[in-house]
Design a protein around this ligand. Sequence first.
Ligand code: PLP
Ligand code: SF4
Length: 343
Amino acid sequence: MIHRTDAARQAPWQVEFAAAIRDPETLARVLGLPDTWLVAAQRAHKLFPVRVPPAYLARIRPGDPEDPLLRQVLPLDLEEVFQPQFSKDPVGDLAAQVAPGVLHKYEGRVLLTATGACAIHCRYCFRRHFPYAQAHAARDRWAAAIAHLAADRSIREVILSGGDPLTLNDDKLAGLMDALHGLPHIKRLRLHTRVPVVIPNRVDDGLLGLFDETPLGVVMVLHINHPREIDDAVVRACARLRSARVTLLNQAVLLAGVNDDADVLAGLSERTFEAGILPYYLHMLDRVEGAAHFAVDTARALGLWEALRIRLPGYLVPRLVREEAGAAAKVPVVAVGADPGCW
Ligand SMILES: *Cc1c(COP(=O)(O)O)cnc(C)c1O
Ligand code: SF4
């Protein structure tokens, strides 16, 4: 195999990927952040490194530490505050591994972490402590993952998740898709990804060709938390994905200081619809160590969600859910005492 280290031969998206800001000093300089922030940011950066790709950076308002896009990527001293209910593996991922990088928690669908890399590092990420180095189904270990999928005929859907599967190059994705295509019980491929939003030029001819050609049904669950994350380049990337028969859904995480506001959440649904994306889930924050400052309590979350139900058509209201270790599916968030059967 030829290793392409020559930048001239990299795809434009790979150049963007490599050009991400990876240290707090540069982020501070480019965005005009106060020096007082930097010392604590350097410590938080050691807990989980900064990564902000150029296309996302361009949507952040310079000089505004409260900018909701900046908040998602900004390391803060608050990450060092110990909170008893926040842990390193809040949703029981390590216990659900059935082969390296294979999480089989729910009936009929299996989640494959095919890479540990992401194009952006979100400070609230529930996998910020996940030991990807040992637990992703890297190419040389796909054999074990594929063997699990082949042996269990109840599996109809394979979900590629984070890391971010669209940080894999087309050759690797094609190899994986071919292997899945060889298993007749697998009908759908789902990708959970933030890449088309933060590096829209990843949606290039090569990628679209893969989706166009595969007999698998392809679903893409994007991860967008704020309407301002969707600019014209994202709208164009989504239109191209749809023309390759990809079904587009969005999941957001409810985040204090980012989108815990009925106008913002309603705006997110409206804006995703304009881009051809339907809302899927609004997730309660997973209680991961270092992210407690993003938490929104259940009562407020339900209040916001009720406001959405009143303001928006039903198909633009995401399901409000939380993930619970050991549960058979994502758990709907309901008011205490409410009958879940009526949800
Ligand atoms: C969230 C998740 C899924 C997908 O759940 P859906 O409700 O189908 O979106 C599948 N497997 C694992 C391990 C998950 O965490
Ligand atoms: S897995 Fe998703 S939420 Fe976590 S850092 Fe990567 S892109 Fe962000």
